[in-house]
Write a protein that binds this ligand. Structure first.
Ligand SMILES: [Zn+2]
Ligand SMILES: [Zn+2]
Length: 359
């Protein structure tokens, strides 16, 4: 590198010197997020240091910030928060790293499974009991495990790559619910997750109805090919789904919104032999009333969807990069790191869809 190149690389944050500092978000107390300077982390063996270019806000981040996930650190230990939908440029590689180099544009899976436990051996590494999480994406630099880092094709932007993680978990739903050509699917929830499921359903030749109560999001659902976008504020969604399916109910239900009532609705709109996938967490925890006879006589399967495997992650990036899933339409807001609190406010108020923070 000549002098000018070095200068430019330094300005772009592509060269990190020992002791350099960066900006990162910290959670000092519930609902108290601040952005301040701290040391740039160093990659250990097998890890890479990434100059984060974009980090998508996930509703689970909000629960953490509101103090609903108390097992996660607060205060000094909270650098970068739970940011996990992040992508950027590799600026340093740790010892023993192969296949990832400085200068690569990458998106890394935040989940590192052990590969040795019973679940990993069964190919269900999303249930790994020795999982490690690489979060901390609300910072200018973050560490990723090299084995999970995928190169982003040049035509895919960093912010589009941020949707790899949510999409990978939706791919898990696709398998668990056995969605296929001709399936009639009801998706409860008109947020990013609902709209990703909608696109996957279309991709496999299924018919999908989307249920929500945000007119702007329901319009996107229509644009993305929902056979019906149902506003549950105006009509009884269970009635509509039953009517549209000739009284039978939908074959597959994706519950892409938290809370008791969505699950109750799912149980009332599922067809005999149908499957209900509970994708969203419910906070605070609650319990549901459920008629066991419906499960017994109706052979209804209720199943949870939790995270994803490395294989889902790889396929998700591939679907985005090949244009099978339109993530551009789902990105509605962008904020610099300094305005992270505004970004969280937008997500909290359920305005728009995916919100991207650019550190
Ligand atoms: Zn997420
Ligand atoms: Zn494992």
């Amino acid at each position: 590198m000549n002098k000018d190149e070095v200068k430019m690389s330094l300005e772009l944050g592509l060269i990190v010197m020992a002791g350099d500092s960066m900006l990162a978000a910290f959670l000092l107390a519930p609902s108290k997020v601040v952005v301040r300077e701290c040391n740039i982390p160093r990659p250990s063996r097998g890890e890479v240091l990434v100059r984060v270019r974009a980090c998508g806000v996930c509703p689970t981040d909000l629960r953490y910030i509101q103090g609903l996930r108390l097992y996660l650190p607060m205060g000094e230990e909270s650098r970068g928060l739970t940011g996990h939908e992040w992508a950027g440029d590799v600026v340093e590689v740790g010892e023993g790293v192969e296949g990832v180099s400085v200068g690569d544009r990458v998106v890394a899976d935040h989940i590192l499974s052990c590969g040795r436990c019973i679940f990993c051996k069964q190919g269900r590494s999303n249930l790994c009991i020795n999982k490690r999480y690489y979060l901390r994406g609300y910072a200018q630099y973050a560490v990723a495990h090299a084995s999970t880092a995928l190169k982003i094709p040049p035509h895919v932007s960093f912010e589009e790559a941020c949707l790899t993680e949510p999409l990978s978990t939706c791919l898990n739903t696709l398998e668990k619910l056995e969605m296929g050509p001709g399936s009639r699917i009801a998706i409860i929830g008109d947020g990013v997750i609902g709209l990703l499921h909608l696109q996957l359903a279309r991709l496999v030749g299924a018919e999908a109805m989307v249920i929500g109560h945000h007119p702007d999001r329901l319009r996107v659902a229509e644009r993305l090919g929902a056979v019906l976008a149902i506003n549950s504020k105006d009509v009884d969604a269970v009635d509509v789904v039953r009517r549209e399916t000739g009284g039978l109910g939908a074959d597959k239900i994706v519950v892409a919104t938290g809370g008791k009532s969505a699950i109750g609705d799912a149980l009332r709109m599922v067809a005999p032999g149908g499957r209900i996938g509970i994708f969203a967490g419910t906070y605070p925890p609650t319990s549901i009333d459920l008629d066991p006879n419906m499960i017994h006589y109706g052979e209804v399967c209720v199943i949870g969807i939790m995270e994803h495997t490395p294989h889902h992650f790889e396929r998700a990036l591939n679907l985005i990069s090949r244009g099978f899933i339109d993530v551009k339409q789902l990105i509605t807001h962008r904020f610099p790191l300094e305005k992270i609190n505004e970004a969280f406010e937008v997500v909290k108020s359920r305005r728009g869809l995916k919100v991207i923070v650019s550190p």
